[in-house]
Ligand binder design. Structure first.
Ligand SMILES: Nc1ncnc2c1ncn2[C@@H]1O[C@H](COP(=O)(O)OP(=O)(O)OP(=O)(O)O)[C@@H](O)[C@H]1O
Ligand SMILES: [Mg+2]
Length: 128
């Protein structure tokens, strides 16, 4: 289950360029749910996804995966349970690897999480 609870994110807070991208966003997805997020340019769609993936850290609120708070885990630590496909294929592949090696990486994605080995390190891995 993915749970986004009252997540807010403001870029350049307190400056003339302040952008309130997310304000108290709530979303709960159960296993097997398929959801489309729609919105105009700049509505905050990418910011939501980046917050779930760990690319960005929200200012307030929480992101939970299977009930576990992951907000303070860096992107590479969430990757076992949170995957995504980028619009730009160059952003989601390793250019120094072959196509076969890239596919092998994708095939292994989440394997350690499925084996149950990700849960022991807590949220102490890194803080951004
Ligand atoms: N890294 C950033 N630094 C500063 N402002 C940002 C950053 N990322 C997003 N924003 C701002 O946050 C708001 C939400 O942007 P976001 O990219 O999440 O929108 P979007 O819904 O994905 O838009 P699009 O349809 O164009 O992809 C916008 O005002 C944008 O300018
Ligand atoms: Mg976007």
């Amino acid at each position: 289950m993915l749970s986004i609870e009252e997540v807010s994110k403001t870029f350049f807070a307190g400056t003339v360029n302040e952008r309130r991208a997310l304000v108290d966003v709530d979303l709960v997805l159960e296993q097997g749910d398929v959801v489309t997020v729609i919105g105009s340019n700049g509505a905050g769609k990418s910011t939501v996804l980046n917050t779930v993936a760990g690319r960005l850290v929200q200012d307030a609120g929480a992101v939970r995966v299977d009930g576990r708070e992951v907000s303070r885990l860096p992107e590479h630590r969430r990757a076992a349970q949170v995957g995504r496909v980028f619009q730009d294929p160059m952003a989601g592949t390793a250019p120094h690897l072959t196509i076969e090696e890239n596919l092998a990486l994708a095939d292994r994605a989440g394997a350690s999480a499925r084996a149950g080995s990700w849960g022991d390190e807590g949220a102490s891995g890194a803080v951004r």
